[in-house]
Design a protein around this ligand. Structure first.
Ligand SMILES: Cc1ncc(COP(=O)(O)O)c(C=O)c1O
Length: 401
């Protein structure tokens, strides 16, 4: 397999792993970072760290400019109308917790929250716990056999009692796009607040939040070739006004006395305390890096990896792929073989894949599985990586079957 990646050389992490004979196929968990991201983070420390939004001094202004520059870049990346509609959190998980806490007041007992059967725990548990606290009903959209949310059944579940609809754009297990436009239309037709988990979707192609028309769109930097420690919430302007402040402290407040306080609106009102400055700056560098690449070439490479991965698996009748993956993110089980045994043998041969329930236990259960092995590729993966994987897979199966 040729499948050359012209981007590979930009990612020192993948090259370092290669010299260790490690084949990294776990980018859906977290991606490797380009040199420019690493340089941006170290540059911030090497040239003098400073806190943001607080100081008049030169390093403080420089840090603030870089930090707010990332907000603008994220806003452009998602085509948000205004950078002020971008809130930084410490990750996607924190973003969902912020939303579940911040929106609590809009619900009345008996209201319904609708999620899908494909959700990561991050877009399930905050809503489940809110529902328990506020006596709401959590309803779950079932999936059709191909792993897509069943739109016919969705039309029966989403209704006038639906106060919020929170769905994934691309499942971290199934690797297929959900029919988001139709789902969001359905939710909005019933006046529901709509939340999209873009943690995996954001990595593949560009997504325009205005075109999507969702109220909130969430993702984590570290899957999009940026550093960990920072997540993003895009909020539609009116929807943001419904959010109650959730963490209290420095910088989120306009004025404070011992008796009361007046809070800032979004975004600063939801970024209490010192934010993850270096990570936000690193995210800005990741977006610069991606913006500097040819999107058609990236899409073609990812499509070729996806095709080669599926073609490889098609040689094994005993392999069952979960759902119908549309990107190079494939979860599978092998008839008669225990996932943990297979994963162990792959690990022994230097293949870094993910095994387990992928933080989506209810999804795995609904598919009749307790776990699966997931292979997920980034733009730096190449044909050699796939060859190494399938060689190791062959050897493991020889031992296990
Ligand atoms: C679909 C999906 N949603 C949410 C998350 C949570 O992201 P984080 O762990 O960065 O908070 C993940 C992470 O794996 C994910 O794949």
């Amino acid at each position: 397999m040729s499948l050359h990646s012209p981007w590979r050389a930009d990612f020192p992490g993948i090259l370092a792993l290669e010299t260790e004979h490690q084949t990294y196929l776990d980018s859906a968990a977290t991606a490797q970072k380009p040199q420019s991201v690493i340089d941006a983070i170290t540059g911030y420390y090497l040239h003098g760290a400073a806190n943001v939004h607080r100081a008049q001094h030169v390093p403080g202004e420089r840090a603030t400019r870089a930090f707010e520059g990332t907000r603008e870049k994220v806003s452009q990346w998602l085509n948000a109308p205004d950078p002020a509609q971008i809130i930084f959190t410490h990750g996607a998980t924190e973003a969902f917790n912020l939303l579940a806490y911040g929106l609590a007041d809009v619900f009345q007992a008996g209201d319904e929250i609708v999620i899908s059967a494909a959700e990561h725990h991050a877009n399930l548990l905050p809503w489940q716990q809110l529902a328990l606290r506020k006596q709401l009903t959590l309803r779950v959209l079932p999936l059709a056999d191909d792993g897509q949310i069943d739109l016919q059944q969705a039309a029966e579940v989403v209704g006038p009692r639906t106060r919020l609809l929170a769905v994934t754009q691309l499942s971290n297990v199934l690797g297929g796009w959900q029919p988001l436009a139709r789902l969001l239309e359905l939710g909005k037709a019933h006046g529901a607040i709509t939340v999209v988990d873009g943690a995996q979707g954001v990595v593949h192609g560009r997504h325009d939040v205005q075109q999507l028309g969702c109220d909130f769109y969430v993702f984590s930097s570290h899957k999009l070739y940026g550093p960990d420690g920072v997540g993003v919430i895009y909020g539609e302007a009116q929807a943001l006004k419904q959010l109650r402040h959730w963490q209290f402290g420095g910088e989120m407040v306009r004025s404070a006395t011992f008796e009361s306080a007046e809070f800032n609106p979004a975004p600063l009102g939801f970024e209490a305390g010192t934010p993850p400055i270096s990570s936000v700056i690193g995210l800005g560098a990741a977006l610069d890096y991606l913006s500097g690449q040819n999107p058609t070439a990236i899409a073609a490479h990812e499509a070729a990896l996806h095709k080669a991965l599926l073609a490889g698996f098609s040689q094994y009748p005993q392999v069952k792929i979960l759902g119908q993956p549309e990107v190079a993110l494939v979860s599978f089980v092998v008839d008669g073989v225990h996932n943990a045994d297979l994963a162990h043998l792959l690990t022994e041969q230097g293949i870094a894949v993910r095994v387990g329930h992928h933080c989506a236990m209810p999804l795995l259960k609904s598919l009749g599985q307790t776990g699966a092995i997931r292979v997920s590729l980034g733009l730096y993966n190449n044909g050699n990586d796939l060859m190494r994987f399938f060689n190791a897979f062959d050897q493991a199966l020889e031992l296990l079957q």
